[in-house]
Design a protein around this ligand. Structure first.
Ligand code: PRP
Length: 211
């Protein structure tokens, strides 16, 4: 049996649709259940539901053979996993944003020597500013990131931008795109060797659906 870690939340429905089209069907209504473990009809797959940011951890440690997660959380986790497939949904950007009209080179609007950046991606943010030699203070938040510059908690944010509506409605705009993101298939490195046939079969089935 292959164990696949799926994200709770907005990735769940498209992930299940993709698996169903690839012939992996779960008899229970996963989306409305409070259970966390589900076996497929033919018992060849087990789906476990975890928080999006935890998917890479489950796969890296081998608690799950594979998983589906956004490139954003994979980059942030720095997990050592294989990523053989872009699953072609969940498209968004990881971007630096700030008040309308602000440029990346602009100094912070205070006497502070560093730019304060609010984000739920502290590692991606640190890497971005380090690579540009810009001193930065990271303010870690877990949601409603766009609020931070509006009430003086931060000068910039690093966050996901999908439609751009949240930025626009809050008078913010993209300063620079750091990376593009979409849903990816993650595979545990050891599992790729020990369960090679099953894993390759799944990759091929998913590739067919995506094409
Ligand atoms: C995400 C992200 C942005 C928003 C972007 O937040 O953090 O806030 O979606 O989408 P948009 O460009 O289509 O407006 P989410 O809805 O996950 O909630 P959160 O603020 O609690 O992280």
């Amino acid at each position: 049996m292959l164990v696949i870690a799926l994200c709770k939340g907005r990735f769940l429905a498209p992930s299940l649709d993709l698996l169903t089209e690839a012939g992996i069907c779960f008899p229970e209504d996963i989306a409305s259940s409070r259970k966390l473990i589900f076996n497929s009809e033919d018992h060849s797959f087990r789906a476990v539901l975890v928080k999006p940011a935890d998917v890479p951890t489950y796969v890296e440690y081998g608690a799950a053979d594979m998983g589906i997660a956004g490139r954003d959380v994979i980059l942030e986790s720095r997990a050592d996993v294989l990523q053989p497939l872009d699953l072609k949904f969940g498209y968004c950007k990881i971007a630096v944003a700030g008040a309308n009209g602000i440029s990346e080179g602009a100094p912070p609007n205070t006497s502070r020597p560093t730019i304060r950046v609010a984000t739920k991606y502290p590692r991606i943010t640190m890497d971005y500013y380090n690579s540009r030699g810009i001193p930065v203070e990271i303010i870690p938040l877990s949601g409603s990131i766009e609020l931070a510059p509006l009430i003086g908690l931060a000068d910039r944010i690093v966050d996901l931008v999908e439609t751009g509506r949240t930025l626009k409605d809050n008078g913010l705009e993209i300063v620079e795109v750091i990376a593009e993101s979409s849903a990816r298939l993650l595979i545990n490195r050891a599992g790729y060797q020990t369960k090679r046939d099953e894993v390759l079969q799944l990759i091929q089935a998913l590739e067919k659906v995506i094409r």
